[in-house]
Ligand binder design. Structure first.
Ligand code: RFL
Ligand code: PHB
Length: 392
């Protein structure tokens, strides 16, 4: 088999690269290790920047997003019981975010891809990347017990943090930067109305908590937990009790409890790999970087990488110019590091760190006090949270 761009991974990054290439008439095939249902069963991000929704609309995949997405023009910070609203729209000249689950984004893009007639090979096992340092890269994989080979001009490595793409790069060619946080998030999804109309990010001496949602009748809640937490050891009642202790009396009184539909632990990590290009292999999304979820940036960062990478490929095939692919890594990394900083700062301000001294805890409080008294400080948070607009 032969294609112009082989895309590894059918998460948001791979699907977006694929959709942009298909729209531009460039042949591409996605190889995904798991089944379609498995990919759609993962509960992850919930907040989309305007740039991400704009991209979905430009691709013609935004109809359901328009109907079902919830526009939010602010969110709340609750610091040891004191509340502060970050008025996104006021602070950024009218920009907002949209609450719409990653699962829904993925479903819309998969349906869109199917309708466009572009190929995805699910359950592709043992995906291996070959010769990407040369002009003739290829990818092999096993499907239904048979080894297949896909020749291509480029490989887009969009296979997440644990994927094969980054792992295929020789160690010496790659530099990794990492911070692992000494805690995770225990998340619960439940068909109950959210306790507040906007997201609440709460810092508490028992640990961080987040009140989020997927719809007016479906809530998503998280509490900071030790890394080794087994979600099965947490009853729904214990989760609701702990959540209410952390989010301030007013929000706690409005929590509607119900059976959880999903309960899982996610570790928190900051990670960047440099560079993002190795000959004809390019990394995008979680394959290249991880942010802790506190800034709601992971999916949005993946979408922006996908946009820039696809534009670079399109420039190459249409205009026979390699300027885009030559600049992709440097340009993307400048942006990625800024988002890494924001996600790290939000995480550091709001979580309880076992190793922090009383001095560092006062620094966390001072960070919050600065937001209380300074509109400039709030604007900086708001600008980072809504993200940069997509170029016209
Ligand atoms: P994905 O979504 O992990 O997709 C990678 C795909 O590659 C496949 N794959 C392989 N395929 C073939 N061969 C192999 N060897 C392969 N290895 C892996 C996988 O099966 C998968 O289908 O990466 P992508 O596309 O880069 O997208 C990144 C986002 O998923 C991620 O950044 C976000 O979910 C992060 N995130 C959030 N981001 C936001 O922007 N806003 C949020 O509110 C937000 N909340 C979150 C989050 C992530 C969380 N978890 C669980 C990590 C909340 C949580 C709890
Ligand atoms: C979510 O709804 O899953 C969510 C929202 C905001 C975050 C992280 C996760 O910062």
């Amino acid at each position: 088999m032969r294609t112009q761009v082989a895309i590894i991974g059918s998460g948001p990054a791979g699907l977006l690269v694929g959709a942009m290439l298909t729209q531009a008439g460039i042949d591409n095939i996605i190889l995904e290790r798991k089944s379609r249902d498995y990919v759609l069963g993962r509960i992850r991000a919930g907040v989309l920047e305007e740039a991400t929704t704009a991209l979905l609309h430009r691709l013609g995949a935004g109809a359901r997003l328009t109907r079902e997405g919830l526009k939010h023009d602010g969110f709340e910070l609750a610091f040891q019981g004191e509340a502060l609203r970050i008025d996104l729209a006021h602070l950024t000249g009218g920009r907002t975010v949209t609450v719409y689950g990653q699962t829904e984004v993925t479903r819309d893009l998969m349906d869109h891809r199917l309708a466009a007639g572009a190929a995805t090979i699910y359950d592709a096992e043992n995906v291996a990347l070959h010769e990407f340092g040369s002009g003739r890269p290829s990818v092999t994989y096993m499907k239904d017990g048979l080894t297949q080979r896909l020749d291509c001009e480029f490989i887009a490595g969009c296979d997440g943090f644990h994927g094969v793409s980054r792992a295929s790069v020789p160690q010496a060619a790659l530099r990794s930067f990492e911070r692992a946080y000494p805690f995770g998030w225990l998340g619960v999804l439940a068909d109950v109305p959210p306790c507040a109309p906007e997201l609440v990010y709460a810092a508490h001496e028992r640990g961080f908590a987040l009140c989020s949602m997927r719809s007016p009748t479906r809530s998503r809640y998280y509490i900071q937990c030790p890394l080794e937490t087994d979600p099965a050891q947490w009853s729904d009642d214990a989760f609701w009790d702990e959540l209410r202790r952390r989010i301030g009396e007013e929000a706690a009184a409005r929590v509607v409890t119900g059976p959880s539909i999903e309960k899982s632990v996610a570790p928190l990590r900051s990670f960047v790999a440099e560079p993002l290009r190795f000959g004809r292999l390019f990394l995008a999304g979680d394959a290249a970087h991880i942010v802790p979820p506190t800034g709601a940036k992971g999916l949005n960062l993946a979408a922006r990488d996908a946009y820039e990478l696809a534009r670079a490929f399109i420039e190459f095939f249409r205009e026979k110019s390699s300027a885009g692919i030559d600049h992709y890594s440097k340009r993307a990394l400048d942006r990625i590091w800024r988002v890494e900083r924001f996600s790290w700062a939000m995480t550091t301000m709001l979580h309880r760190f076992p190793q922090f001294s009383p001095f560092e805890e006062r620094m966390q409080e001072a960070e919050f006090r600065q937001l209380q008294v300074s509109e400039a400080a709030r604007r900086l948070v708001a600008e980072n949270y809504v993200g940069a607009p997509l170029p016209a």
